[in-house]
Write a protein of this length. Structure first.
Length: 103
């Protein structure tokens, strides 16, 4: 995780699955709920596997950030998952995400 210019960048690597969601929740959930982070970019470029549990966890975090009156974006080079990501705001890189958030 990295925070710059009022945006929290969450760069995920490896798997976002039932096996890894607890660690994800432990590290990210408190920032979204307790601190009320508004602008979040979930970078999935280096995620090679995501299951239903990972998708639902990501959707939950995305919705919480949106309820904080912020912007949430999903950053990926291409949609390599079998999940419908049309509910998310998608960008191709973090620079594009910053531009959308700050415009």
């Amino acid at each position: 995780m990295d925070s710059k210019y009022g945006v929290l960048f969450i760069r995920l690597f490896g798997e976002l699955t039932k096996k890894t969601r607890k660690k994800f929740n432990d590290e990210v959930w408190g920032l979204l709920i307790n601190i009320g982070v508004k602008n979040v970019v979930f970078n999935l470029e280096n995620v090679y596997k995501m299951d239903d549990s990972g998708y639902k966890t990501l959707l939950k975090c995305y919705n919480v950030s949106s309820k904080n009156n912020g912007n949430s974006l999903i950053c990926l080079n291409k949609n390599k998952f079998d999940y419908d990501l049309t509910n998310f705001r998608l960008v191709h890189d973090e620079l594009s995400a910053c531009y959308l958030i700050n415009s």
